[in-house]
Design a binder for this molecule. Structure first.
Ligand SMILES: [Zn+2]
Length: 426
């Protein structure tokens, strides 16, 4: 190990102490470590993050979209900046590591840079993006979406289950909705690249005995709403051969979705997530049933083909039952490949640090997906115990987190020194 290497060895105890402090800021009446977007614990946690950013030497501001942004100035203010970060909101009943590892890991990188007297050429921008997790407005990654110019005025009119407008929740959180829409800084300044450290949230790294995941792509998501219309009849008197039972057609569809997932090229998956009988009565043959399902994968060909096969399969089964079916498909997230140049840089950094690495896809979506159209994007994964995530049992050992921070620090320094990163994903 050279002196320079030693200077960039993360101090696990500091990261662990930050994680413990931040995880203590949570909703006391919810399970696990709950810090949902726009909640009071989330507000407190982000004040804590901003203060911690200042204490490590970052220039901190809140952008108009509600992101907490810390800047470590580089030697050449005109050079396109390097960006890193993640999020500190959680799902209801979530864990301590999803998102927080990327934000707190970046703060440890800043400490290492300053302590070693290293000034990067470029500004290093550390972002705690607002509201990354899915919410009742059906819009994840609120902060990264906004700065990428993907948040639209009509999105602010979306209402949650309680009828509350998204725009009103922004206002209640002290954010001007007009400023949220106008804050599109990703689209206004050239950036050198974006690198996010995150827990894997799946089992691949643990199974393969790898410390570092070099993320190849973030999965695309296709969502299906299938509406089945049959005929309501008395469930006690209508003979079995003379029914148009929408529930049975939906049940066939659930199995069809499952079959598609089982036959998907890894890491493709397919999940039926909801079946609703709109006119439920205990003694009526179901006549109006809605099914929701989603398919995820990094193979565009498979995603397209599975949509077609599924539609045909569901239609054939429904017709045989005398049930009409209509399909409403939405593409929630496109497949987002990581930049080859950043994948290579992460792999080299891991190898130099003696860390076993594996190329892995991301089945979950991340803020990084919204940065990718604007600059070369990459992600570093660290293992999740038993692949558990979005639950209180979510766990990553501190040694694994420190290894991820090491890879983050080394890769950021390497990227800083490169003239121009190629966004090419091949
Ligand atoms: Zn996350």
């Amino acid at each position: 190990m050279t002196d320079t290497d030693a200077a960039f060895e993360p101090v696990a105890a500091r990261i662990e102490s930050d994680l413990t402090e931040l995880s203590g800021i949570r909703a006391p009446d919810h399970p696990g470590w709950t810090r949902e977007v726009f909640s009071e614990p989330y507000r407190d946690a982000r004040d804590w993050v901003a203060a911690r950013m200042r204490s490590v030497g970052l220039e901190v501001r809140r952008d108009g979209a509600g992101n907490v942004v810390g800047v470590l100035p580089g030697r050449s203010p005109a050079a396109p900046a390097l960006v890193t970060g993640s999020h500190t909101d959680t799902v209801n009943g979530g864990g301590r590591f999803d998102g927080t590892v990327g934000v707190l890991g970046a703060l440890e990188v800043v400490r290492l840079l300053r302590e070693s007297g290293t000034q990067l050429t470029r500004d290093l921008v550390v972002v705690d993006f607002l509201g990354e997790e899915s919410n009742d407005w059906g819009l994840s990654c609120l902060g990264s979406r906004a700065v990428a110019g993907e948040l639209r005025a009509e999105d602010l009119d979306r209402r949650d289950g309680a009828g509350q407008r998204l725009g009103d929740r922004y206002a209640g959180f002290g954010l001007d909705p007009a400023a949220v829409l106008a804050e599109r800084w990703l689209t206004r300044r050239p950036l050198h690249g974006y690198l996010e450290l995150h827990i894997e949230q799946g089992p691949l790294l643990e199974q393969r005995g790898a410390a570092i995941g070099v993320v190849t792509a973030i999965a695309g998501i296709e969502r299906l709403l299938a509406s089945f219309e049959g005929r309501p009849d008395h469930a006690g008197t209508r003979p079995m051969h003379d029914r148009r039972d929408a529930m049975v057609a939906a049940a066939h569809a659930v199995l069809a979705v499952h079959r598609e997932g089982c036959g998907a090229p890894p890491p493709g998956v397919a999940t039926a997530t909801q079946v609703v009988n709109d006119r439920h009565a205990p003694n009526v043959v179901p006549a109006s049933v809605r099914l929701r399902a989603e398919m995820r994968g990094i193979d565009a060909g498979w995603l397209a083909a599975t949509k077609q096969r599924l539609a045909q399969d569901i239609l054939t089964q429904a017709q045989a039952l005398g049930v009409d079916v209509t399909f409403d498909w939405t593409s929630d997230n496109k497949i987002v490949p990581s930049a080859r140049s950043i994948q290579d840089a992460v792999a080299r950094a891991a190898a130099r640090a003696g860390l076993a690495w594996e190329a892995v896809p991301s089945g979950a979506t991340h803020d990084a997906a919204h940065l990718a159209p604007w600059c070369p994007m990459g992600m570093i994964f660290v293992p999740s115990r038993a692949g558990r995530s979005h639950c209180p049992e979510e766990w990553t050992d501190i040694t694994d987190i420190a290894a991820g921070v090491r890879a983050l620090a080394d890769t950021l320094r390497a990227l800083d020194a490169q003239e121009d990163l190629v966004a090419d994903s091949r």
